[in-house]
Design a protein around this ligand. Structure first.
Ligand code: NAI
Ligand code: NA
Length: 396
């Protein structure tokens, strides 16, 4: 069928398999162009189908010839209805990995559940024996805790006071003021339950209990800090509490891995257009200004550039992993450069509907957003029929 983007609010209901395939191929080419990384060889990626997790899977496979198992939660296609983008990304990834002679298998289901953990442990046991790197890159609005049966929903709210600032509807380019009500009673607790470190620790405990972590194994989860501008809704809001919890969990996991000489890290990554970040008010305006400045300064990166640099210059550089005073890896260093943040802050006060297309990178934002769904990708013929029924090889 001919597949076109169909928008509803901030989400796109369709995805293009050819565009997704091209995106994955571009990411693979980028990683190959940067040369080999002396990294982990058996890698589990939880949240492997889009964003930073997909980039991690690609960097492991094509930077270090790693065998990868990817866990994700995506919608397969049905006749006449496309799959979700991560499904097509994973199909393309597996095809390319298999062509290159690399082991790659996937598990599609709820990573928070005991069942998906069980299935993953069994697959590692059967095919890989052990893993030496576990990337934890889930972004979800909801989690059912398998021990309590309670379903938690995360919210993106400030804590204490109403927060008022500018935001942009990136579809129309309209800049407006938005006020976000502060969190209520259980909002913090629920957001921490979804996006904090509890499930990460459960994964690592389960792997370790069955001796599936190799000696010296590393695990990495991703966090964000950002500028003071977005603090009330991000780092000092409900999601920030979850990130505090995630970061604290790295230390308790490292303690639990002492006997196998393992280590847990949190890497603080750059703000990027993903399905998750598009839904946070204020952030899209910040990102469009940030992109403009970072492109001008020649230091703009996407997910693949971020993760390739994380692996090559931080995790597997051959020297000790550099961290900040709180033990975190910082790959948001270019975003947070003083000169870049000063320029963004200046533009922020000026930004209006009339001038944003000029002073900000609204076009770049939109392009990245459409690219997430496989649209607006260079070299893809969108006028031709595309087969929506593309399958992930290991899930056939
Ligand atoms: P994303 O939305 O692109 O990827 C989320 C992944 O989680 C997908 O593979 C999805 O299938 C999987 N997933 C979601 N719920 C699941 C479930 N119940 N079971 C199994 N898989 C599930 O998100 P993105 O942006 O790559 O985020 C990953 C991490 O990076 C998050 O912790 C996020 O906070 C962090 N981060 C994101 C930044 C950004 O600007 N996008 C910046 C810095 C950190
Ligand atoms: Na991800």
């Amino acid at each position: 069928m001919i597949i076109e983007p169909r928008m509803r609010g901030f989400i796109c209901l369709t995805a293009h398999p050819k565009g997704a395939e091209q995106n994955v191929k571009n990411q693979i080419e980028y990683v190959k162009s940067k040369g080999k990384i002396e990294g982990a060889k058996k890698v589990l990626v939880i949240g492997a189908s889009t964003g930073f997790g997909l980039a991690s899977r690609i960097t492991s496979a094509f930077g270090s010839d790693a065998s990868t198992i990817g866990v994700f939660f995506e919608k397969p296609p049905v006749e006449g209805k496309t799959a979700s983008p991560g499904w097509y990304n994973s199909a393309a990834f597996e095809t390319e990995a298999h062509k290159a002679g690399l082991y790659a298998k996937s598990i599609n289901g709820d990573a928070f559940s005991n069942e998906v953990k069980r299935e993953t442990l069994d697959l590692i046991k059967k095919d890989l024996g052990q893993v030496d790197l576990v990337i934890y890159s889930l972004a979800s609005p909801v989690r059912t805790n398998p021990n309590t049966g309670v379903t938690h929903r995360s919210v993106l709210k400030p804590i204490g006071d109403v927060y008022t600032n500018k935001t942009v509807d990136f579809h129309t380019g309209k800049v407006s003021e938005i006020s976000i009500e502060p969190s209520k009673e259980d909002d913090i607790e629920n957001t921490v339950a979804v996006m904090g470190g509890e499930d990460w620790a459960m994964w690592i405990d389960a792997l370790k209990a069955e001796n599936l972590l190799a000696s010296g194994a590393t695990t990495v989860a991703y966090s964000y800090i950002g500028p003071s501008l977005t603090e009330p809704v991000y780092r000092k809001g409900t999601i920030g509490r979850a990130k505090d919890h995630l970061e604290a969990t790295a230390f308790s996991i490292t303690d639990s891995l002492k006997d196998i000489d393992g280590k847990a890290y949190v890497s603080v990554n750059k703000a990027l257009v993903t399905q998750a970040s598009s839904a946070i008010p204020v952030i899209p305006l910040y990102i469009s200004l940030l992109y403009k400045i970072m492109k001008e300064e020649g230091v703009h990166e996407g997910t693949i550039e971020q993760i390739q640099r994380l692996y090559q210059d931080r995790l597997f550089s051959g020297s000790e992993v550099a961290t900040d005073e709180k033990g975190r890896i910082r790959i948001d260093d270019w975003e947070m450069r003083d000169d870049i943040q000063e320029k963004v802050a200046q533009l922020w006060t000026k930004a209006t509907t009339e001038n944003l297309a000029e002073i900000g990178d609204l076009e770049g934002y939109r392009k990245d957003f459409y690219n997430l769904f496989g649209f607006d990708v260079a070299g893809v013929d969108y006028k031709s029929e595309a087969d929506e029924m593309v399958q992930v090889e290991s899930l056939k």
